[in-house]
Each structure stands twice: as structure tokens, then as C-alpha cells.
Write a protein that binds this ligand. Structure first.
Ligand SMILES: [Zn+2]
Length: 55
């Protein structure tokens, strides 16, 4: 079973932002492709997820 790494708040980059909890890549604009593959695939493909919304 795989699951995406959670976002964590990183205040070290003013004014702070969410980063990948594993590699600390900023995830404000898009999820971490390495550790949040489900979420990343959802925004890059946009169609294969159950929770996708109408655009
Ligand atoms: Zn990551």
C-alpha cells in the first residue's frame, strides 16, 4: 500500500508555506511528484481520480 506524504507547514520560508514532509519541496503550487504521486497525478492528468471536480 502506498500513500502520499502529508503536507507540513514550513515557516522557514517567509511568510511560510506547505512543503512535502519527506523532502521539503514546496507544494503550494503542486504536490511533490516523488512523495505525493497520487495528488500529483491528479493535477497533471486531471481525469483519473475519484475526487476530481468539474472545471
Ligand atoms: Zn517529496
Amino acid at each position: 500500500m502506498t500513500s502520499d506524504a502529508p503536507d507540513v507547514w514550513d515557516a522557514s520560508i517567509p511568510p511560510g508555506g506547505y512543503v512535502c514532509s519527506t523532502c521539503h519541496t514546496p507544494v503550494e503550487s503542486e504536490p511533490c511528484p516523488d512523495h505525493q504521486p497520487t495528488a500529483h497525478a491528479a493535477i497533471t492528468s486531471g481525469t483519473d481520480q475519484e475526487d476530481n471536480r468539474d472545471q
